[in-house]
Design a protein around this ligand. Structure first.
Ligand SMILES: [Zn+2]
Length: 468
């Protein structure tokens, strides 16, 4: 009997590895066949269809093998864990949603500690700008799906753990079926729709959700839906307006900060899985890296009128979370559409303005720290924040520069001001502000934003311009 169970387990493992290999081969073919965007798209489409099917439950072991005793000896002698706790870990499966800055250290410690099975989910591929914080991925893995890259790195660390890569985004269609197969879920994602989706799936499937986040020099951690505690929706019934959400690409992040939060997530997963229990079912942990300070904030209890975990829930199946949140779960950069097309020009059109030496002012509204990284030399720099507060000195300076550039034009038509930022979101906000200024402030001005910002300039016009 034991032999046939082992054979079935091995067959399942072989199936998984073959699937992974197929994915890699197709990905390689796609990379060789076309430009990177198309290849990434092809990989995403191919990968989305490649979610492994239902997994067999992990078998209970009666005792630890000699190899396991040696490997886990330093934690086995902890009275809080012991053999019983280690055997519980070996029976535990954990779904890691997002193999990035939080998911990498989390998965690394869970694999090292000997959890039974790790589901590794990510829709994205490894890029150079990930490497400062996503420590399972290496230079050689650039272009690979993150779930595959993470599984390969973890297998080198502990080959006795089962790794199940899911190369694709979590969808309302797949989430519940997936979450039901795991004992604990770790939310290591970086966007609001996924947070709601994972939360609702965990509530509906009755699974604890260890949720981490990190941005700039701050981190947060909560364990939702755990021992009668609140869920994510209890705390945040409504998603924030999409334009107020900052991600790591916009706001920046010091790599070690998600590293620290991912490690604490791993700690809480291990405490739940081994039977010790988590400390954060009723508390939020807040980490301030600048001050080196941790704070525990008591959470409001579970809300009886919560839409998903309350007494009369209105959310009884998973919904369209991108529509609910007004933002995408897979966009690396959120794209705002504040302006109509008549108020915007493309980078190609702006290049023509430059080539034809049409008099204009280019206004760069990025923060100073980004201007220090790279800039177009002829740009006038006023950060969006200064425009928002209608800073008098800055407006005077802009007016002066417009006057200078206007020399030699007939002055009868509105003077063009092209506004640029990194990606073309802040520049739209800035154009709105300029349009709403009374004419006496700047004279007659025609403000337009440059679609896609300086990153579009770097990819489409000037390949020597740095991308960040
Ligand atoms: Zn709730």
């Amino acid at each position: 009997m034991a032999g046939s169970a082992e054979a079935a387990r091995l067959r399942a493992e072989i199936g998984r590895r073959e699937q992974e290999l197929r994915g890699l081969r197709e990905r390689l073919a796609a990379v060789l066949a076309g430009p990177p965007e198309e290849a990434a798209e092809a990989a995403a489409v191919e990968a989305a269809a490649a979610f492994p099917g239902e997994l067999p439950p992990l078998a209970a072991q009666a005792s630890l093998s000699r190899a396991a005793i040696l490997r886990y000896s330093r934690q086995l002698v902890l009275p809080e864990l012991g053999v019983r706790g280690q055997l519980r870990l070996a029976r535990c499966s954990v779904l890691v949603v997002g193999c990035g800055g939080l998911g990498c250290p989390l998965a690394q410690y869970l694999a090292a500690a000997g959890v039974g099975r790790l589901g590794l989910l990510d829709h994205d591929v490894v890029e150079t700008s990930n490497l400062h914080r996503q420590v399972l991925h290496a230079e050689g893995g650039r272009g690979l799906p993150k779930a595959v890259s993470a599984a390969a790195a973890l297998r080198l660390l502990n080959s006795t753990v089962q790794y199940v890569p899911y190369c694709g985004a979590l969808s309302a269609r797949s989430a519940l079926q997936l979450v039901r197969q795991y004992d604990v879920v770790a939310d290591c994602s970086d966007n609001v729709p996924t947070r709601y989706l994972v939360n609702d799936a965990c509530v509906l499937a009755g699974k604890p959700l260890v949720s981490g986040s990190a941005l700039r020099l701050e981190g947060q951690l909560v364990v939702y839906n755990y021992r009668g505690g609140p869920c994510y929706r209890c705390l945040f019934p409504k998603p924030p307006p999409p334009e107020t959400v900052t991600n790591c690409a916009d706001g920046g992040v010091l790599g070690v900060v998600p590293g620290i939060m991912g490690c604490i997530q791993a700690l809480e997963v291990l405490k739940i899985a081994s039977g010790m229990g988590s400390s954060f079912g009723q508390f939020m942990l807040m980490f301030d890296a600048r001050e080196g300070r941790f704070r525990n904030i008591r959470l409001r209890p579970k809300k009886p009128d919560c839409a998903v975990c309350g007494d009369n829930p209105s959310v009884t199946c998973l919904q369209d979370y991108e529509a609910f949140c007004g933002s995408s779960a897979t966009d690396k950069c959120r794209t705002l559409h504040l302006l109509s097309s008549k108020d915007r020009i493309s980078v190609e059109e702006y290049k023509k303005v430059l080539d034809e030496q049409v008099p204009h002012v280019l206004l760069d509204v990025r923060p100073q720290v980004e201007v220090d990284i790279c800039r177009l030399v002829h740009a006038v720099h006023i950060p969006l924040s200064k425009l928002e507060e209608k800073n008098e000195e800055c407006l005077k300076y802009l007016e002066k520069r417009i006057c200078e550039e206007k020399q030699g034009t007939n002055g009868k038509t509105a003077f063009p001001v092209y506004v640029v930022c990194k990606l073309g979101n802040d520049s739209q906000k800035a154009v709105r502000i300029l349009q709403e200024l009374p004419v006496k402030e700047l004279g007659s001005v025609l403000a337009k934003d440059i679609k896609g910002g300086l990153m579009a300039w770097a990819t489409k016009i000037d390949p020597t311009f740095p991308q960040y």
